[in-house]
Design a protein around this ligand. Structure first.
Ligand code: ADP
Length: 235
């Protein structure tokens, strides 16, 4: 990302010239106060919005130049919105990977810890949605993660869940997510301190600018904004 500026329609710039390179395979956490532009940055990195100025590239190719289908195969934005579509479980999974074999679908479900699909009498043909099998929030999330496994993008932009899941569900979801993140480039909008701590690098976004960039240890040693955040998180 070079010199990226972005404004919402009829608004002032909310990103003011962001330079950011995401290295293949790294975990980059983005932290900062509410309203700093973290979610906007995530949308630009995922190619959903284009910068008003500057470029956002993945593998040397501006993400907004990729056709949408190709872009989704490479980069996925993972948010807390989990849509379950009317249709069968197979239809819901096929959205991510048209033509995927049943066996691939079953192993994607297994990879994210789904244990509720194997007992369904109609298996992958089970209808989901209103008046059919209604998934709870945790199951819908698992379905979304299984879709990601099938889509197999090299980069995931993760707007971390803050939703109040019960602790057991949260732990299971976290394990499932960890399985999905394995081996991919990950940019995480971090709402929890562990995400930043465990990342390879942390970018601190303030008022649409990157104020600090470095590893957790470097930033704590530097004694700036991140160090203060870390202390208050700990407190
Ligand atoms: P963060 O994720 O760090 O909380 P956001 O990227 O959501 O920050 O927001 C950055 C700024 O852009 C804020 O001032 C916010 O009010 C504004 N903003 C966010 N989304 C929109 C939108 N859809 N339309 C107009 N302004 C928006």
């Amino acid at each position: 990302m070079h010199g990226a500026r972005f404004a919402y329609p009829e608004g002032v710039d909310v990103l003011h010239g962001i330079d950011l390179e995401v290295y293949p395979g790294e975990r980059l956490a983005i932290v900062g106060p509410s309203g700093a532009g973290k979610s906007t940055l995530a949308r630009l990195l995922a190619g959903i919005d284009a910068p008003r100025e500057g470029t956002v590239s993945v593998g040397g190719c501006p993400v907004t130049d990729l056709d949408p289908a190709e872009r989704r195969r490479r980069i996925a934005l993972v948010t807390q919105e989990h849509h379950v579509f009317m249709g069968s479980l197979r239809d819901n999974l096929a959205l991510a990977a048209p033509g995927a074999a049943d066996e691939q679908m079953r192993s994607a479900l297994a990879a994210v810890g789904v244990d509720w699909s194997t007992d369904l009498p109609e298996g992958l043909d089970t209808q989901l949605g209103d008046g059919a099998l209604e998934l709870n929030a945790a199951q819908a999330q698992q379905l979304a993660l299984a879709r990601l496994v099938l889509a197999d993008p090299h980069t995931l932009i993760l707007d971390e869940a803050t939703a109040a899941l019960d602790p057991t569900t949260a732990r299971r979801t976290e394990r499932a997510l960890a399985a999905v993140l394995e081996g991919r480039t990950v940019v995480a909008i971090a709402h929890r301190l562990n995400t930043a701590h465990d990342a390879d690098r942390v970018a601190v976004l303030e008022d649409g600018r990157i104020a600090e960039l470095g590893s957790h240890d470097e930033l704590v040693r530097a004694g700036g904004t991140y160090a203060a955040l870390w202390r208050s998180w700990h407190g």
